[in-house]
Design a protein around this ligand. Structure first.
Ligand code: URA
Length: 272
């Protein structure tokens, strides 16, 4: 199989990698000019060094993992409408929009179900809508969303595309969290069946979890992202890759290089 860490990058993709803060290293020796460029993680050190000495990202091969440590605690929750686990797309979306199973419904303007091709090969899962998403009814439309779109473009994906280049984007929680509070275990557990059904209907080739609350909802563990990334996990039989949330990356740009390595691992895994 060809090495998916090596791409023929077009101008647009290089621009996107630049937007992510990931530099592209081009072989300098004429003897190696037939090789495709290799996207290199930016060194985490504060002062950038010569790109030519930056080591190539190593994408660990997918392996079966033992059960994760630190499972999320069981919490009492109110049941959702009957049959969520069997609903079709339209019924699921309508039910989520009318949901009153937790207090978040009281302040939402719109429930934010998801966006993109519901048959897409990639599914991206974030945390919860913020203020802008609550108004728009679409996930990731703010600053984090711009970074997410750029990250996806860097691997040839778009929320607007159908089929191969498509991606379906959803959140662990469908309603805005007032004051942007961290979701409680109850809020995550209450909303989880909607997400589980979305995954079952999309049947993606790969799930990319962004941030610790997406991880808690889907992988049911409180392990930190740093310990979970670089491996291929599994949910409903679908391979899962864990990465940082775009909002975290905006605050910690040095970790964009790790996010790029995570995208490459997801791409490699989706390609089988
Ligand atoms: N952050 C998320 O996790 N999801 C959104 O939809 C917006 C911001």
């Amino acid at each position: 199989m060809s090495d998916p860490t090596r791409f023929d990058l077009d101008d647009r993709q290089r621009a996107m990698l630049a937007e992510m803060g990931v530099r592209v290293w081009w072989p300098q020796s004429p003897a190696t000019t037939e090789a495709a460029p290799v996207a290199q993680p930016e060194p985490v050190a504060a002062v950038a060094t010569s790109a030519s000495v930056v080591p190539a990202p190593v994408s660990p091969a997918p392996v079966a993992r033992p059960a994760l440590a630190t499972p999320v605690p069981a919490v009492p929750i109110k049941p959702l409408a009957e049959g969520v686990d069997r609903m079709d797309w339209a019924a699921l979306q309508e039910t989520a929009a009318a949901c009153q199973a937790c207090d978040l419904c009281a302040q939402r303007k719109k429930s934010v179900f998801g966006v993109g091709d519901p048959q897409a090969p990639w599914m991206v899962i974030g945390e919860a809508p913020g203020e802008e998403e609550d108004q728009a009814g679409e996930p990731f439309v703010g600053q984090s969303g711009q970074l997410l779109d750029n990250m996806l473009k860097a691997v040839g994906l778009s929320r607007k595309a159908q089929g191969e280049g498509g991606v379906y984007i959803a959140n662990a929680i469908k309603c805005r969290l007032p004051g942007n509070h961290n979701p409680t275990p109850q809020e995550l557990a209450t909303c989880a069946p909607y997400l589980a059904r979305q995954v079952a209907l999309v049947q993606p080739k790969i799930i990319l979890l962004m941030g610790r609350f997406a991880v808690q909802s889907v992988l049911q563990t409180t392990e930190p992202i740093g310990k979970l990334r670089g491996q291929v996990h599994s949910h409903q039989g679908v391979p899962v890759v864990v990465t940082y949330h775009p909002a975290y990356l905006l605050r910690n740009p040095a970790d964009k290089a790790k996010a790029w390595a995570d995208l490459v691992l997801a791409l490699k895994t989706a390609q089988g």
